[in-house]
Design a protein around this ligand. Structure first.
Ligand code: SAM
Ligand code: FES
Length: 346
């Protein structure tokens, strides 16, 4: 098995069978071997820098009904909220003072935020903070909408594809959502010129080692600038309430494989990873990740953006999260930097 990791380190790609073999047969020893290599590559490209992204969760209204997601429209127990443009600009001001040079506007698919409202918000943020990158994560839109946001100043877009397998996708989503459209959106975003992030949940219901191997091949094909992965964690008010969560070990192993497959990729160590283990985000960095995304949303709304149970950081002020993460990164020998943290092409 170690020889497969050596091969991946040199060739940055394996066959589906080889990836499956690694994913279905890894253990602690192999993980450590992998992380030694993934850290080396990560440090060659990005040194010991950790990029920070200020996450602003600006609406938890969602017209979709993804089976795993706590803010799905059928969850009547979620108290819904929207931030105003002024609220968002206040979050950005606080974030700027804390050293953030990337803001991520994330939300459910909320029809209230029409293209006109979104372009107004985007151009306002960009005119106040021209030296910052703006990332959107607001789901599936048509090409014209993506183009309008880009023209208004958005730089990056995160749209996890959730799974590389269309049949698996249909088990995680209602029939009105299709895998084909999700992938089309990613290609539209790329063709417009965004820095694009895709990604998937690890350990989602019905996922197999074969599916995870397909993930790696899809990543290679899409060649995104960012990949967001985190463990699936059950939410008690969803149809998947009783499903098992993804594990720390498998998520870390996948992070290591992604770093060797796409050496330059921007790879977050996610909040979900920090939720399943108190040192999850540190371990994610040590497995090859190079981004963390502290929360900049007002504390008053944090608990309402509950995608899964026990989500961390829901009671902390933005400054607390920012400095908490700085300390955590320093404790493992890495440094949070004040930088847009753009993708470094090869
Ligand atoms: N609406 C946008 C979209 O669909 O891309 C962005 C918001 S969506 C809630 C952000 C991500 O949260 C999803 O892509 C999904 O991977 C993740 N997520 C949702 N429910 C989750 C759960 N139960 N466990 C782990 N991650 C989850
Ligand atoms: Fe809203 Fe899935 S239910 S993004």
């Amino acid at each position: 098995m170690k020889s497969l990791i050596d091969k991946l380190e040199i060739e940055h790609c394996l066959s589906k069978e080889e990836y499956t073999k690694l994913i279905s047969g890894f253990d602690h020893d192999l993980s450590e071997y992998l992380f030694g290599k993934s850290r080396k590559i990560r440090e060659k490209v990005y040194d010991k820098k950790v990029f920070i992204r200020g996450l602003i969760e600006f609406t938890n209204y969602c017209k979709n009904d993804c089976l795993y997601c706590g803010i799905r429209r059928s969850n009547k127990n979620t108290e819904r909220y929207r931030l105003t443009k002024d609220d968002i600009l206040i979050c950005c001001k606080e974030g700027y003072e804390l050293g953030f040079r990337t803001f991520v506007l994330q939300g459910g698919e909320d029809p209230y935020f029409t293209d006109d409202k979104m372009t107004d918000i985007i151009s306002s943020v960009k005119s106040c903070y021209p030296d910052c990158a703006l990332t959107l994560s607001i789901g599936e839109k048509d090409h014209n909408s993506y183009q309008a946001y880009f023209d208004a100043g958005a730089d990056r877009y995160l749209l996890r594809h959730e799974t590389a397998d269309s049949i698996h996708y249909s088990k995680l989503h209602p029939s009105e959502l299709s895998w084909e459209n999700r992938i089309k959106c990613l290609y539209d975003l790329k063709s417009i010129g965004y820095q694009v992030g895709c990604g998937f949940m690890v350990g989602s219901p019905y996922q197999t080692a074969d599916n995870l191997a397909e993930e790696m091949l899809l990543l290679k094909k899409l060649d995104p600038q960012m990949v967001g992965i985190g463990p699936f964690i059950a939410h008690h008010d969803t149809p998947f309430a009783n499903e098992k969560s993804g594990t720390l070990e498998l998520t870390l192993f996948m992070l290591g494989l992604i770093r060797l497959t796409l050496p330059n990729v921007l790879l977050p160590s996610t909040t979900a990873l920090g939720t399943i283990n108190p040192l999850g985000r540190e371990k994610g960095i040590l497995a090859g990740a190079n981004v963390v995304m502290p929360n900049l949303s007002p504390v008053s709304v944090r608990k309402k953006y509950m995608l899964y149970d026990n989500k961390i950081c829901t009671g902390d002020e933005s400054a607390e999260c920012r400095y908490c993460l700085q300390k955590r990164m320093e404790s493992i020998g890495y440094q949070v930097v004040t930088d847009r943290g753009d993708y470094k092409p090869e």
